[in-house]
Design a binder for this molecule. Structure first.
Ligand code: ADP
Length: 323
């Protein structure tokens, strides 16, 4: 059962030199309770997609088409792109929470972490008495590995890992169905990062939320996600179970990523497994956008854009295609 359905979503950034098609005709499902990893080189549109789904885009970004539908547990559907101010605020905490790349940017520097959890609860759960709110704050912090007395700490008094945990505790405050995590652990060392992600997996077992997860670390993504969507030049080129995708990548780009274990963020650089660099999103190559870098490309790849069929967008895998 899907908790979120993205259909034909497009996002452009308007610039003086033309529209950058950062997300182009993306259709993707998030199943209830799953961890979905988004992978792809820097600039492939992962963050833009996550921000569009969370309704966090600001100009010059604009949604050019498509839909995002959230399915509540009770069977009702929410048109996420049509939500207006008040509805959007409620939706964001109660049904979808977002943990940003840098916890320092999403935490309020002048309020203790306990007060920040309390704020969310006070605004969205006016029925809860103060004491229950405090109990809930302590419980949430403990669940993410922060001791009760730390609720009186300000963000700058906590380590990077603790701040990240605090941001996750706040995101969990209202039991959302979906948590979007955009590089939640980039700035942390590898051991801390793994610990936090395994804790998120454990919390997921308990609360049943679904996670959309973006990280630069492809091996970690494979380890932590149930399913993975690979993006290239603003499009989803392959989706599949993590294990299947790891063992049997079907798109040549996925295979290249797996060979190179690249840095999916940071400066653009050539990947070991894939020659060349990602294309200019203002002026994509004809046919399959990946064809100029693809070792398996045939003539038709430069003229016929592949559709995402059975989880892969490659003419070589298309039953009506070349093979
Ligand atoms: P990823 O998360 O995969 O690294 P992004 O979603 O951040 O990719 O970026 C996708 C594309 O959109 C990139 O080509 C990037 O240069 C472009 N982009 C991102 N933000 C802006 C902006 N504010 N203005 C113009 N282009 C942008």
């Amino acid at each position: 059962m899907n908790v979120l359905e993205i259909r034909g979503l497009g996002v452009d950034y308007q610039s003086a030199t033309g529209a950058v098609h950062a997300v182009d005709d993306v259709s993707l499902d998030l199943r209830r309770g799953e961890i979905l990893g988004l992978a792809g080189e820097s600039g492939s549109g992962k963050s833009t997609l996550a921000h569009a789904v969370g309704r966090l885009l600001r100009p010059p970004a604009a949604i050019t088409g498509g839909s995002v539908t959230f399915h509540r547990g009770d069977g009702t559907a929410v048109d996420v792109l049509a939500l207006r101010n008040e509805e959007l605020r409620a939706f964001r905490w109660r049904e979808m929470a977002i943990v940003f790349q840098s916890a320092m940017n999403s935490l309020n520097p002048v309020a203790t972490v306990g007060a920040q959890i309390d704020d969310v609860l006070r605004i969205h759960r006016p029925d809860l008495p103060r004491r229950s709110r405090t109990e809930r704050a302590v419980d949430l912090l403990q669940r993410v590995g922060i001791s009760a007395d730390r609720r009186r700490s300000y963000p700058h008094e906590l380590s990077g890992g603790m701040r990240q945990r605090a941001a996750i505790a706040i995101a969990l405050a209202l039991n959302p169905e979906i948590i979007i995590m955009d590089e939640p652990t980039t700035a942390l060392d590898v051991v801390v990062q793994r610990d936090i992600l395994y804790e998120i997996r454990a919390l997921r077992e308990e609360y049943g939320f679904a996670v959309v997860f973006i990280t630069h670390d492809l091996s970690l993504l494979m380890e932590i996600s149930d399913r993975i969507a690979i993006m290239y030049a603003g499009r989803v080129v392959e989706t599949g179970g993590s294990r299947d995708l790891h063992r049997h990548p079907r798109h040549p780009y996925t295979a290249g990523l797996l060979r190179s274990f690249p840095r999916l963020r940071g400066p653009r650089e050539e990947l070991l497994g894939i020659p060349g660099t990602p294309p200019d999103l203002r002026d994509l190559p004809s046919g399959c956008a990946f064809h100029p870098r693809c070792g398996s490309a045939v003539a038709e790849c430069s003229t016929r854009p592949p559709r995402l069929l059975d989880g892969v967008a490659c003419l070589l895998n298309d039953e009506k295609g070349i093979r």
